[in-house]
Design a protein around this ligand. Structure first.
Ligand SMILES: C[S@@+](CC[C@H](N)C(=O)[O-])C[C@H]1O[C@@H](n2cnc3c(N)ncnc32)[C@H](O)[C@@H]1O
Length: 195
């Protein structure tokens, strides 16, 4: 089965967790990734990669000694990704984004430079979205960012509790059109919050 078939089957099996019928468009991918400083990105983490719509574009942009660590709760998607993406910089983990700190440490890193989320925040079980936003803020290094795309504004309210500066976007050429946010972990904001 091709990627669209695997994704659609994943949606039919678990519509609440997958949250979308088709993968993100190339317009969404290009806009989301356009804000990343690739020269200074050694660890890029992705939540909810699905069938890998973002994975290849990320790997195409990433430095040779970087790592793309993806985390998904759906074992079929993880198995598909491991089978189809053969790149030594790519690691696919079956698990929850809520455990990102342990997963990052288990792969030899203290911090992530960027975290990208395609999670369906509005349909996650109670408390999971806020917990993921908090853990993500802790795991990102100063100067890094949390990149989020979603069909509803829910995720932004979770991000705003931790990220003082959030840039907003909207991509109409996606099914359905989606919101985009880039939450920046600015050094000056973090130092002021810690003082
Ligand atoms: C809308 S799909 C994103 C698909 C893909 N990123 C794209 O752009 O086409 C959401 C994905 O989040 C995954 N997911 C849901 N809850 C999760 C969690 N707590 N941790 C990690 N992945 C999760 C689902 O299994 C699904 O693959």
């Amino acid at each position: 089965m091709g990627p669209w078939g695997v994704f659609f089957e994943g949606f039919l099996r678990n519509p609440v967790m997958v949250g979308s019928i088709v993968p993100s468009s190339r317009f969404t991918i290009n806009r989301m990734l356009s804000r990343v400083d690739w020269d200074n990105c050694k660890l890029f983490v992705e939540y909810g990669p699905g069938v890998g719509t973002f994975c290849r574009p990320v790997l195409n942009r990433m430095r040779r000694d970087g790592m793309l660590l993806v985390i998904d709760t759906n074992p079929q998607f993880i198995e598909y990704l491991r089978r189809t993406i053969k790149d030594s910089r790519f690691v696919a983990v079956h698990g929850s984004a809520a455990d990102v700190e342990d997963i990052v440490r288990a792969h030899g890193h203290e911090k992530a430079d960027y975290v990208l989320s395609g999670l369906p925040f509005s349909t996650l079980p109670d408390g999971v979205g806020p917990a993921i936003a908090a853990a993500t803020h802790r795991v990102i290094r100063k100067g890094g960012a949390f990149l989020v795309y979603q069909f509803t504004p829910k995720a932004r309210s979770y991000m705003a509790k931790h990220f003082k500066r959030i840039d907003n976007g909207l991509e109409p050429l996606n099914v359905p059109p989606c919101f985009m946010w880039w939450g920046w972990k600015d050094e000056e904001n973090e130092d002021a919050a810690a003082a």
